[in-house]
Design a protein around this ligand. Sequence first.
Ligand code: ADP
Ligand code: MG
Length: 454
Amino acid sequence: MNLQDFWNEAVSQLKSELDEGEFSFVFSTLEFVSSSGSKITLSVPSAFFRKQLEGKYLVLLEEKLLELTGQKIEFAFSLRKTETPKPLEPEKRIDHADVPKNSKSQPRKAHTQLNPDYTLEKYVVGKNNDLAYSCAVAISKDPGNSYNPFFLYGGVGLGKTHLIQALGNAIHKNDEKAVIAYVPAENFVNEFLSALQNKTTSAFKNKYRNVDVLLIDDIHDFQNKKETQEELFNTFNALYESKKQIVFTSDRPPQELKAFAERLLSRLTRGMVADLQMPSWETRLVILRTKMEANGMKLSDDILELIAKNISTNIRDLEAALKKIWAYGDLLKREITLEVVQEQLKSVFAGPAQQNIAIDMVQRVVAENHNLSVQDLKGKKRTQAITLPRQIAMYLIRELTEYSTTEVGMEFGGRDHTTVMHAVQKIEDKIRTEPIFEIKIQNLVRTVRDRARS
Ligand code: ADP
Ligand code: MG
């Protein structure tokens, strides 16, 4: 075997050993260039990326190659020329040729309730949203007949409003005569309540039961609104029977909608249900680049990578970070460097507020991750299989919450605070010396933060 074969073998072994996100972070942009003697030259897209690599992944690569070849392999890096960077594709691109185009290609008048910027063409597609996106495309071609109703859910800022409006815009573009109503659930509720008060409910019914497409955004706002739910139920039945398209968005899955009439819930979900997740960092990079270009901004790849890596809350936050940085350069006429970005986005990069992270939630996450029960973590057993997860849980709680070591000890079967301190020390050491362990901890932190938000 030559060194390139060993390299390929190392990559394929690491693929099964590393977490998927980390693997693609390292290897989607790293390219084998050449080898000579015991040296491998790899190319990287940017200095920033190379620094990231040298920080922790290099050890991993060296160890792997030592294991495979029996000798110490050295690595050299070359920067890829900017005109031929390997594009950072989102996991899957869906051909936008699929999106129905206005056959006469005349500009049509924008729909008054829909934001013309929210189009399917501007929606960046990745593994996180491809199902939802494909449904939207299918519906836009044949509203009422493919996925009806369509229930789209996902956390704040993940693109629900953009997608539901893009769907409306696409239908409008194809068929200007189609009557499309887009309404945030809150407005629907308020309109209905004032119709009740003013005794104009028949006008209200007329309005919403005579549309071809009804798009209701944020239906979690119907929780506890009994009368409006009743009205929605009747509207739904009228539209559904005459094969009119209905689309809902919600910030949570249907089963988590509280205080919803059972029969309404069962109708909302009888068609297609799809969710939106946070995009992977490569897709985040594509989104940043798209938004940057759309706004005529210019920022270096290093900067975009830094933002994409550090903001993993939602797309709205990504956009806000981009705007903030741009405004800084634009207003102050200063050069935007990596350091400026670090400084300006310090508070955003620090992560979301953590006050709602509960001890028992962290314990559950760690227990699930290790196929243990929370009782195991709190209990007395001191086998290796339990001790390490227990220490991980203690460490995460200390890192992510304000609980004192004494309080944490209490939550682990009344252990002493020195036990907690020892656990934290142990995990910190392990993180410093074992890159794979560090990745594992980072993943757990992400899971805990995601749970705290949901
Ligand atoms: P939600 O309604 O889920 O809270 P929005 O639809 O308002 O989220 O999205 C927040 C911002 O992020 C919007 O400016 C939107 O254009 C942008 N955005 C969300 N998802 C995408 C995507 N897949 N591609 C491009 N921009 C997106
Ligand atoms: Mg929204």
